[in-house]
Design a protein around this ligand. Structure first.
Ligand code: BGC
Ligand code: CA
Length: 353
């Protein structure tokens, strides 16, 4: 007992924990293993805390935790940043386990390499909720206490393509400025996220498929990897402008940050907006939505971070206490995936309120 109190005192200084505010115990509630659980100790590690979408997702998560604490739940959270290194992340997970976390949330650095984490968690019998960076099914199925929370990548690509397709057809009815060279064909560039990330692979393919399915003739200038990063996208855009001048008609960006990086470059070069390609993003981050409001971006596809954060926490509570299973919409007992939403200036108000 003494040891446990000391641990709580120590963790109070090293991590966010407002658990004493509520003062309530989960007295009598049994974990999934049937044992009594006094406190939900969540360890969370992100692949990179400077990623705009991930940092906003984490803010939502921490707000939800505070809300639960206010409602009397005893929850503490230890946060880690793997800073893009899988070995670091493996060590951080081991540390969480040593420090007494009873559930772990992991935003994998390398989604193909969760084996060390799964092994360590299984040994200690601690459930793991993977999020945002989807591991392969075989790995997720390798133990019953592994889960995944994310979104349906196919849908995001399709919706992005549809936003651009709608704009193309609408524009054919008006001044036809979108088809800059008047060849009846849509010259496009894709700015891609990390190679190997499920969202980059799927979004890059399905956004273009949606244009073709809509009956548009497309002409690919090229696709260029900018690793989800605004700064890298700006550099890539400088190169693209060098090569293609203002002939690019559509810029499909795997996320808002890269769309904004490309826009940064066009602004830096003082290219007037009527010469820009149409820019479409994905995520609906605060800065992304702002760019839709001010017309820099035609649209984006909303990646429901609020839903994902809430589901992660509900799942963590369930995994530790066995409570709230009915609230979880688990697919195959393993997956929670949130739908995306199209965002353009027609419905932007619903997202910025
Ligand atoms: C988001 C990106 C983010 C990436 C990180 C994707 O779902 O759209 O903005 O950089 O996840 O894994
Ligand atoms: Ca054209």
């Amino acid at each position: 007992m003494q040891k446990r109190i000391e641990w709580i005192k120590k963790s109070l200084t090293t991590c966010l924990t407002a658990c004493l505010a509520g003062g309530l115990l989960f007295s009598g509630c049994a974990g999934r293993g049937g044992e009594k659980v006094n406190e939900i100790q969540i360890g969370v590690v992100v692949y990179d805390e400077y990623d705009t979408f991930i940092s906003q997702l984490m803010n939502e998560f921490m707000e939800d935790v505070s809300e639960q604490i206010k409602n009397g739940k005893r929850i503490s959270v230890k946060r880690y940043n793997a800073a893009g290194n899988q070995i670091t992340q493996n060590e951080q997970v081991e540390e969480m386990i040593e420090k007494g976390c009873n559930v772990i949330c992991v935003n994998l650095v390398d989604r193909t390499d969760p084996s060390m984490i799964i092994e360590a968690a299984r040994k200690a019998d601690i459930p793991v909720i993977f999020f945002n960076r989807e591991l392969v099914e075989k790995d997720l199925m390798s133990w019953d206490k592994l889960y995944y929370v994310g979104a349906d990548a196919f849908e995001s690509g399709i919706m992005q393509g549809q936003i651009a397709a709608d704009a193309w057809f609408e524009n054919l009815e008006t001044d036809r400025t979108l088809d800059k060279n008047g060849d009846g064909c849509l010259q496009y560039v894709v700015l891609e996220g990390e190679a190997g990330h499920q969202d980059s692979i799927v979004r890059s393919e399905y956004s273009v498929n949606a244009l073709v399915d809509a009956g548009i003739q497309v002409d690919k200038c090229e696709s260029s990897i900018a690793n989800w990063s605004r700064a890298q996208a700006q550099t890539k855009m400088a190169q693209l402008l060098n090569k293609y001048g203002d002939t690019i008609e559509l810029l499909l960006c795997n996320n808002d940050d890269m769309a904004l990086g490309a826009i940064d470059e066009m602004k830096a070069q003082s290219i007037p907006r009527e010469k820009w390609p149409v820019v479409v993003g994905i995520d609906g981050t605060d800065v992304g939505l702002e760019a839709v409001v001010n017309g820099d971006m035609l649209g984006t596809v909303y990646n429901n971070k609020e839903g994902q954060a809430r589901a992660m926490l509900q799942l963590a509570i369930y995994a530790v206490t066995g409570e709230g299973y009915e609230k979880l919409e688990l697919e195959d007992g393993k997956y929670i995936r949130f739908p995306y939403m199209r965002v353009t200036n027609e419905n932007i108000g619903e997202f910025t309120e």
